[in-house]
Design a protein around this ligand. Structure first.
Ligand SMILES: Cc1ncc(COP(=O)(O)O)c(C=O)c1O
Length: 374
């Protein structure tokens, strides 16, 4: 038997990790500015995380959603405290795609409609409704084609309104800052206009915060910069710092009923312990403030790089856009300079998604390497 060959792999075998560094089997140390695809929020093997998850594992790791689990209540309270989102309830699941799938399904239940509005260059995951709302025909199978989705350019309020007038839409789903698509973000007027249209036409506004949430942009959620209030907020990645956990925050105007949504593994004891540890560290170590501080430092340092076209993103969801494909540069960063970075749909964009614990000296390491390579 072999592995189903769907991932192009770098020839690196990581066996150990600490904070912003990962180590391979030959003890080579790499700086992790990719965070395993924006997943590492509080840093690898953070002591609080290891302690709390280990302790939970020794007590009880899992039971189904048929019994009381006070850790879930604790998680609700802590997310509410740190995000300031206090008119929502929480449904827990296991991944980003699953969070969006539940968000879209809930929007359809609530409005009794089925069309979705999404945006060009979006990525919402690979399950049925989520992949149909993803702007990448290569990963949409014929079985997902039955889903009705209208795609618009980010910023195209007129197009969105024309589509809403047909009165068959259940949801507008949007990444306020696009992740995989390449860190594009529209204006405050656009996001507020979208919120207004959603209300006017009685469709649900879903903010996909899978990648941008849990402090990555320097705000708890990226949409908060635009002062909007989505009806559903989907979360995953940084929520568990590597433990598979996802969830949706659901506005209180949407009613729950037994059996409406469900999952075997979602919200299990270990997942809750992992996410609670993340929130504790985000708060204690003031990591949102650090994300903003390190962003300013990054922007300053980026001025030293020749051939740089643009810096994109905010907080620690950043990208360096060049006027050439970055594929070879990314490889040189890994194999010559031992620095992991990310790529995007835009072939010229190098993505920087480090743990939120990163310090100025680590950013210096990236810019020293870039200046040597370019
Ligand atoms: C914005 C966004 N939504 C959804 C997903 C899907 O998450 P998952 O891979 O956990 O299913 C991703 C993953 O990269 C993402 O970046």
């Amino acid at each position: 038997m072999s592995l189903f060959n769907v991932y192009p792999l770098f020839d690196v075998n990581l066996v150990k990790a600490h904070d912003v560094f990962v180590y391979d089997e030959n003890k080579t140390k790499y700086l992790d500015l990719y965070g395993g695809h924006a997943v590492m929020s509080i840093g690898h093997t953070h002591p609080t995380y290891v302690k709390n998850v280990s302790k939970q594992l020794k007590n009880i790791g899992f039971y189904s959603n048929s019994i009381q689990n006070p850790l879930q209540q604790e998680l609700v309270a802590k997310i509410q405290k740190l995000s300031g989102c206090d008119t929502y309830s929480l449904f827990l699941c296991n991944s980003g795609a699953e969070a969006n799938e539940n968000a879209l399904k809930l929007a359809s239940f609530h409005t009794k409609k089925k069309k979705v509005i999404a945006f060009k260059n979006s990525f919402h995951g690979r399950t049925s409704a989520a992949v149909a709302a993803t702007d990448n025909p290569k990963i949409v199978a014929p079985i997902n084609g039955q889903q009705e989705v209208d795609f618009f350019e980010l910023g195209d309020l007129k197009g969105v309104e024309a589509s809403l007038k047909e009165n068959d839409t259940c949801a507008i789903i949007i990444e306020c800052i696009q992740g995989v698509g390449g860190l594009d973000e529209s204006t405050i007027e656009f996001y507020q206009g979208l919120e207004k249209l959603a209300k006017q036409y009685e469709v649900l506004l879903i903010a996909d915060e899978i990648q941008s949430g849990f402090g990555r942009t320097g705000d708890f959620f990226a949409f908060q910069k635009h002062q909007i209030q989505p009806d559903i907020i989907s979360m995953a990645k940084g929520m568990g710092n590597g433990f598979p956990v996802g969830g949706i925050l659901i506005h209180n105007k949407i009613e729950a009923s037994f059996g409406l949504l469900g999952t075997t593994f979602g919200g299990n004891h270990l997942a809750c312990a992992a996410s609670l540890a993340v929130l504790e560290v985000l708060e204690q170590e003031k990591l949102l403030q650090n994300a903003n501080k390190m962003c300013s430092y990054f922007l300053e340092k980026s001025k030293s790089v020749s051939k740089l076209k643009k810096v994109k993103g905010r907080g620690l969801m950043l990208g360096l856009e060049f006027d050439f494909p970055i594929k070879e540069l990314r490889k040189a960063l890994i194999f010559k300079h031992h620095i992991f970075t990310g790529s995007a749909k835009n072939p010229n964009l190098l993505r920087i998604l480090p743990p939120l614990t990163i310090q100025a000296s680590h950013i210096d390491m990236l810019f020293d390497a870039l200046n040597k390579e370019l």
